[in-house]
Write a new protein. Structure first.
Length: 271
């Protein structure tokens, strides 16, 4: 059975230099933030690309991935699997830090299937957006600016996912709600630093914090060597084909009809 999937994001850091209250990945709420090491990433990618035959978009993200000093080596490793990445290697950054020259070199060398996505949270936060844009344009590297301020398509506001109470008490209701969730229908899978593949960062967070049980088929333990590649492929397909996951029962969903919050509101920093 083939495992051709749409999207997977590799979270290479749970550190961020911003503290967005409504961060989709709950990054400011981590008590134990970590950078993914090169060895960890190498191992995860090796297994992931055995479990997955192809992926349309492979995203490198965080937290803020530019804070991870191993980022260049990790990206180099990702590009080794280009033959299995159909569309592009996407790199997401928050517009607060310039992209180092060696990483720009890497994007330029692989310009046919690379895209940088700059999340622009406005001139007070994403202060380097224009500098990054100029550097990318100079080298003909594809990019997109996701505009989270001002009057634009992306200025719809963010959803508050911090209420983890049970919302849908039957599978039917949970399926129905999840079928309107862009993450569920777009199949945005996520690999976290522990080498687990989840159906979204909300599902990962709820398992990490014991809100929902850890069950194979609701996640894939990529780096668990006691489980065969075939079994991991089976769990992945199970997740891929479900209408909803257990986590969706505790979730409002990334739906167009849910109340929005002002984007990138900053939590107070501890002194
Ligand atoms: S409904 Fe919530 S838990 Fe389910 S896929 Fe969407 S965001 Fe993730």
């Amino acid at each position: 059975m083939k495992t051709d999937i749409k999207r997977t994001a590799l979270n290479v850091s749970t550190y961020c230099n911003l503290k967005c209250k409504h961060c989709l990945a709950f990054i400011p709420y981590y008590k134990d933030p970590k950078h993914m090491s090169y060895q960890e990433a190498k191992n995860i990618l090796d297994i992931y690309f055995k479990v997955v035959d192809s992926v349309e978009h492979f995203t490198v993200t965080g937290g803020e991935p530019l804070l991870n000093v191993a980022l260049y080596d990790i990206l180099q490793e990702v590009y080794k699997y280009q033959h299995q990445i159909i569309d592009s290697v996407d790199f997401v950054t928050n517009g607060t830090l310039e992209i180092p020259e060696n990483i720009l070199d890497l994007f330029e060398m692989n310009h046919n299937n690379s895209k940088v996505i700059i999340s622009n949270y406005g001139e007070n936060l994403s202060t380097k957006t224009n500098l990054i844009k100029t550097a990318l344009e100079k080298r003909n590297i594809k990019y997109r600016i996701s505009q989270f301020s001002g009057d634009s398509l992306y200025f719809d506001g963010w959803i508050d996912f911090t209420d983890h109470s049970l919302k849908w008490d039957t599978e039917e209701k949970r399926d129905k709600n999840a079928q309107g969730c862009l993450h569920r229908t777009g199949k945005y899978f996520l690999i976290n630093g522990g080498g687990e593949l989840h159906c979204c960062s909300r599902s990962f967070w709820r398992m990490k914090n014991g809100i929902i049980p850890k069950v194979y088929g609701e996640y894939v333990p990529l780096t668990d060597n006691t489980i065969s590649i075939e079994e991991k492929r089976k769990y992945l397909l199970e997740m891929y084909n479900k209408k909803s996951s257990i986590s969706c029962a505790y979730c409002v969903g990334l739906r167009n009809d849910i109340e929005r919050q002002y984007p990138a509101q900053q939590l107070e920093r501890e002194q």
